[in-house]
Ligand binder design. Structure first.
Ligand SMILES: Nc1ncnc2c1ncn2[C@@H]1O[C@H](COP(=O)(O)OP(=O)(O)OP(=O)(O)O)[C@@H](O)[C@H]1O
Ligand SMILES: [Mg+2]
Length: 189
């Protein structure tokens, strides 16, 4: 079974590799329209128009050719969306950023499960102290909105240094996964 969260981690990784300072993610079930919308928008380097087409080819990657000859993140996400009878889009502008989106029917039997979205968000936030994230996850399985920007503002000039302190990591875990350190889930205490 595919997990959407794993695809999202790959897409977010692309944003980080492109030097994004802000990554916004929406995973929103629209019950009325009967679709799931997945959108990831970043303010990274973007790509010139010619590169966008190439980026969808699995044999194209800007990663050092010596290490890696194929790039699969985008083609795999596109394939996932299209195999669910959905629509994949990518818009990118050099120097501005990139928006990748997939919209597919909610009732499709082939659709992936959400997977560990909390753990994915936690890994992104905890692992990237200088990058801001805004997450909106609204599905039957999860309802979470989280923005690192007010957190950073509240922490002040030392935010990046404090980001990975034990107290902050504990707090991020609680906020993003709903779990306390001992594995007890919020509300069950
Ligand atoms: N958000 C983005 N901003 C700028 N460039 C991007 C972005 N996403 C993808 N690209 C470009 O498209 C190429 C292909 O992306 P894709 O995710 O398919 O493969 P990859 O990241 O190179 O390798 P893999 O995902 O398999 O580790 C990237 O190498 C990069 O040049
Ligand atoms: Mg990638």
């Amino acid at each position: 079974m595919y997990e959407l969260s794993a695809f999202i981690l790959d897409l977010a990784q692309n944003s980080l590799t492109a030097g994004a300072r802000l990554v916004k993610l929406w995973v929103v079930a629209d019950q009325q329209a009967n679709v799931l919308r997945v959108t990831i928008a970043d303010n990274g380097s973007g790509m010139p128009a010619a590169m966008v087409d190439k980026a969808l080819d699995p044999f194209v990657t800007s990663k050092a050719a010596r290490k890696k000859k194929i790039g699969l993140g985008l083609p795999l996400f596109r394939q996932l969306v299209e195999s669910c009878c959905g629509t994949f889009r990518i818009r990118s502008r050099q120097g501005i950023g990139t928006v990748v989106s997939g919209v597919y029917p909610l009732d499709n039997v082939d659709q992936p499960v959400l997977g560990d979205m909390g753990g994915t968000m936690l890994a992104l936030v905890a692992g990237n102290p200088r990058v801001d994230f805004r997450f909106v996850v609204r599905t039957p399985e999860s309802d979470k909105t989280f923005d690192t920007r007010p957190v950073r503002e509240a922490l002040g000039p030392d935010a990046a240094a404090l980001w990975q302190s034990p107290d902050m990591l504990k707090w991020f875990r609680q906020e993003l996964t709903g779990e306390y350190e001992d594995g007890v889930v919020k509300g069950e205490r």
